[in-house]
Design a protein. Structure first.
Ligand code: FAD
Length: 223
């Protein structure tokens, strides 16, 4: 199995860093091929703009999706964007490892999507949802948060996690054809003791060993 891990955390010694390294180790141990997008490590620029492209079709009025269509036809994406698109196209499974920031992904990961998931190459002309480009591929969000599990349920302080993750699950992953797997969630790693954090890493390891056999979830249920 070919696995792409997209990792977004500014500190390698963080718990997210530990989850990321655990994933690489466990998946390789299970015999899978792993490629990564370590967004901080590779200093990925998350701000979308004219520099997404080698040349512009309409330099006087920049309209991103039209330039994306043009670049898809002409091979006109900037090298750093084309490299990420190739990783996406290569993988069977994509995992995102990130801390929940403001009920969403860190900006560096949102910017990766804004720039890399281009119209023409990645979606469009009827290629979306069930007919999406990445039909047959699976995706998994591995997320940590400051809040406790009790904060992320119906009637809890923040409401159901399913609703918070829905824009990612439905608006990005399913939109481009991925089948969504159950998210891997670690609530409040900073408040856990060392042993409990190790238990979380072990739980992740065990899941990764059998990832090949996992079925998707109903995102509709995740409202
Ligand atoms: P860390 O604090 O880096 O790690 C926790 C502990 O694990 C540390 O003591 C670390 O040393 C230890 N550790 C590292 N490696 C290992 C290892 N191998 N074994 C055992 N222990 C290890 N939270 C919410 O709930 N909702 C929000 O909307 C939200 N928005 C945020 C917005 C911003 C901008 C920021 C900065 C934070 C926000 N948070 C929010 C909190 C954030 O989600 C958590 O702080 C984050 O998920 C915790 O993960 P971490 O990897 O940063 O933990």
């Amino acid at each position: 199995m070919k696995v792409l891990i997209v990792y977004a955390h500014p500190e390698p010694q963080s718990f997210n860093g530990a989850m990321y390294r655990q994933a690489i180790e466990s998946l390789q141990h299970a015999g899978h091929e792993v490629r990564v997008a370590d967004l901080t490590g590779q200093q990925f620029d998350p701000v979308s703009g004219r520099h997404n492209f080698r040349t512009l079709n309409e330099p006087d009025f920049f309209k991103q999706q039209l330039e994306e269509l043009h670049a898809s036809r002409t091979g006109g994406f900037a090298a750093e964007i084309a490299a990420e698109q190739e990783k996406l196209e290569w993988c069977d499974i994509m995992i995102w490892q990130f801390p929940l920031w403001w009920f969403s992904v860190p900006a560096i990961l949102k910017g990766w999507v804004d720039r890399v998931f281009a119209m023409g190459r990645i979606y469009g002309a009827g290629r979306l949802y069930a007919n999406g480009t990445f039909k047959g591929k699976r995706a998994l969000l591995s997320v940590t948060m400051g809040g406790a599990a009790a904060d992320y349920i119906d009637g809890g302080l923040n409401g159901e996690l399913a609703g918070i993750l829905r824009p990612l699950h439905r608006g990005i992953l399913e939109f481009t054809g991925f089948t969504v797997l159950e998210p891997q969630v670690v609530y409040g790693p900073a408040r856990l003791d060392e042993q409990a954090r190790r238990t979380e890493l072990q739980r992740w390891h065990e899941r990764l060993l059998q990832l090949e056999n996992e079925q998707g979830i109903e995102v509709g249920r995740y409202r």
